[in-house]
Design a protein around this ligand. Sequence first.
Ligand code: SAH
Length: 246
Amino acid sequence: MGRVVFIGAGPGAADLITVRGAQRLAAAEVVLFDALTDPALRVYAPHARWLDVGKRGYGQAAAQSEIDALLVRLAQEHAVVVRLKGGDPSVFGRLEEELLALQAAGIACEVVPGVTAALAAAADTQRPLTRRGHGRSVSLATAMTREGSVHAGRHADTEVFYMAGRRLAPLGRRLCEQGWDAATPVSVVSRAGWPDQLHSEHRLDDLARAALLHAGRPAVVTVGAGAAAVAPTHKAGALETSQASI
Ligand code: SAH
């Protein structure tokens, strides 16, 4: 019986994987990977069998239950199986389902963290998610419910939304309804961490404009304190807004 190592590949370019992630990858006999991971990562495990189970992969997308069953079967046949996931496995990575399936089969697991898309977007745009005095909390959220409706509120000074690319207009409306000011800064970054990263700035009430720009690309939407550019004027403005709302 082997073990399964979940590895966060980071958000894009292969060199954003951690050193530990690359070392574990080198020991893999089989690697199950997702559509959002960089093919250049193969250099770390050139002799392993690479299986694409990505939801948007070139082959047929595998259902979650099939991936769970495949992981269990492969771990019974190989010493080290790597489950490579885009970004960080613990953030919108379906890690719970896969850990449960492996636990039930008595298979040992390890999780190696990675750089999640929200952090890559913050780095690419040089917009810190926390700001002294007015950006004390960050929320990582998905706006999409299982039923396909948009669900969003006001939980933190900076809200980062994943998987919102197709629903930007309703997301902006919903956040305004939930008490965010229409002029709240929003930063949208698609393909963060890749050479073709794209960034646009908006107000909450004109978020719909971002939809065409980032169409078909994985994007994160940062709203509030952490969305503003670092500049003396922006900082002063943001402070005034936050003081007025306290
Ligand atoms: N585990 C991943 C998230 C997977 S869910 C992580 O930690 O980053 C897929 C969503 O992640 C996409 O819809 C998009 O919102 C976001 N995403 C993934 N890669 C991205 C990238 N390179 N740039 C911007 N957003 C990305």
